[in-house]
Design a binder for this molecule. Structure first.
Ligand code: 5GP
Length: 189
């Protein structure tokens, strides 16, 4: 008998909506493999190559796209208006799903749309911040972006929120524990 494939779970939401914290808490409740994305953005203080992201140069990233090695990819608002690419490497995702493990992708909305087209069985979940004011407060509070980049990310957030209806589920992240419980329910049902 064929071994059951794992579930592909996609979590998106505006930068600063608390996806990272939610995913960390979710990992204490249900087993999944968290995909490590490729990016062309600069490494942030405290990030570890191969753990948070694989940090690539533009030409390295684009040649992987051309070689068909990315499951999805997107250009996202980078620092000082610079185009920054993010993408999900295909081979590890396929390997973990085939091994029967759940795989979780934490990606932005354009990429989530590409995943749904390629793999309709994927479960798409949008994490909604309680308000734009709260989102701005969280982005400012975490101190990883310059004020002008926060402005760009807030503009991007509006576009992303407008696309939330295309997701299978929208879960508000007002209280982290409540949000995580809802995710467990969605994923395990
Ligand atoms: P950050 O620069 O804050 O780490 O990430 C910026 C945005 O890129 C976040 O919304 C994050 O979810 C998204 N992102 C991270 N990895 C990927 C990926 O592999 N593909 C896509 N499409 N978006 C990603």
């Amino acid at each position: 008998m064929l071994k059951k494939r794992g579930k592909l779970i996609v979590i998106s939401g505006p930068s600063g909506c608390g996806k990272g914290t939610v995913i960390k808490k979710l990992s204490e409740k249900i087993p999944f493999w968290l995909s490590v994305s490729d990016t062309t953005r600069e490494i942030r203080d405290g990030e570890i190559p191969g753990v948070n992201y694989n940090y690539l140069k533009n030409d390295e990233f684009l040649s992987k796209v051309n070689a068909g090695l990315m499951l999805e990819h997107a250009a996202y608002s980078g620092r000082a208006g610079k185009i920054t690419y993010y993408g999900t490497p295909k081979p590890p995702v396929s390997a973990h799903l085939e091994a029967g493990e759940n795989v979780l992708l934490e990606i932005e909305v354009q990429g989530a749309g590409q995943i749904k087209k390629a793999l309709p069985e994927a479960i798409l979940i949008f994490i909604m911040p309680p308000s734009m004011e709260e989102l701005e407060a969280r982005l400012t509070g975490r101190g990883t972006e310059k004020p002008e980049d926060i402005k760009t990310r807030l503009e991007t957030a509006k576009t992303e929120i407008a696309l939330a209806d295309s997701f299978d589920y929208i879960v508000e992240n007002d209280r982290v524990d409540v949000c995580v419980e809802k995710l467990v329910e969605i994923i395990t049902k």
